[in-house]
Write a protein that binds this ligand. Structure first.
Ligand code: SAH
Length: 224
């Protein structure tokens, strides 16, 4: 990442970012720390330069390999749900993220977690995400090339799990690896009919709350 890349945030871009924040507020994002994080993470560095004029639009964009960078509203909504009730300045000890993609959601979430363990099934995306996160000096993330259906047993339990691709049913491994009192934010369902839910663990009970309708790529079993 060249310095000019980081500097390329002129006035226009600052205004464009502000418009995005206002839009997220209007859509019901209320957590100021999350809004501030969306304002400061340079989303244009996570996408192809040819698309950078759309970096602060509230839309998903292609990142290659048939995958997309998540829509800022959805990233904000999922982050807000995961950290709900967290005292300002406190961090969730361990977060598991499934579907690193370009690493944008990871970067937004980074200050709210002591450590993020992130799994991605496509090797080229793993490498790019690692490079970008390093470039942004985000050092509390471990990205691994693995199948998220299995979670990350050796690092469990997690106080937070966030999933950026949709399975038909919640993978049992993720429920098993969720700490007592922990939260799992995950889209569920086939293409076109997915609901985003927040599942909270209370002993052996799992409470589910609906956050809205969404459209994610499928959580594919196995690796590329
Ligand atoms: N939040 C990401 C968006 C990721 S898109 C971002 O901000 O860029 C969803 C990602 O999930 C894709 O990169 C896809 O390759 C990955 N994925 C799909 N199935 C998976 C699985 N079983 N394990 C790990 N990653 C998976």
């Amino acid at each position: 990442m060249s310095p000019s890349n980081l500097d390329g945030i002129g006035m226009t871009s600052a205004r464009t970012r502000e418009r995005l924040i206002e839009r997220l507020r209007a859509q019901g994002i209320t957590n100021e720390a999350v809004l501030e994080r969306i304002r400061t993470v340079p989303r244009h560095l996570f996408i192809d330069e040819a698309l950078s004029s759309h970096a602060y639009d509230d839309t998903a964009l292609p990142i290659g390999f048939g995958q997309t960078i998540s829509q800022p509203y959805i990233v904000a909504l999922m982050t807000q749900a995961l950290i709900d009730g967290l005292e300002p300045g406190k961090q969730i000890p361990k977060v598991l993220e499934i579907g690193t993609g370009c690493g944008y959601q990871t970067a937004v979430l980074a200050p709210f977690a002591r450590h993020i363990f992130s799994l991605e099934r496509m090797q080229p995306l793993v490498e790019r995400a690692k490079t970008r996160l390093r470039g942004l000096k985000i050092n509390n993330v471990t990205v691994r090339h693995a199948d998220g259906w299995r979670g990350w047993q050796s690092q469990a339990p997690f106080q937070g799990i966030i999933v950026a691709a949709a399975p038909d049913t919640v993978p049992q491994a993720l429920l098993d690896q969720l700490d007592d009192g922990g939260r799992l934010v995950i889209p569920i369902g086939g293409s076109g009919a997915q609901k985003l839910v927040c599942i909270t663990r209370d002993g052996d009970e799992f409470q589910q709350r609906r956050l809205g309708l969404v459209s994610f790529v499928p959580l594919v079993a196995g690796m590329d």
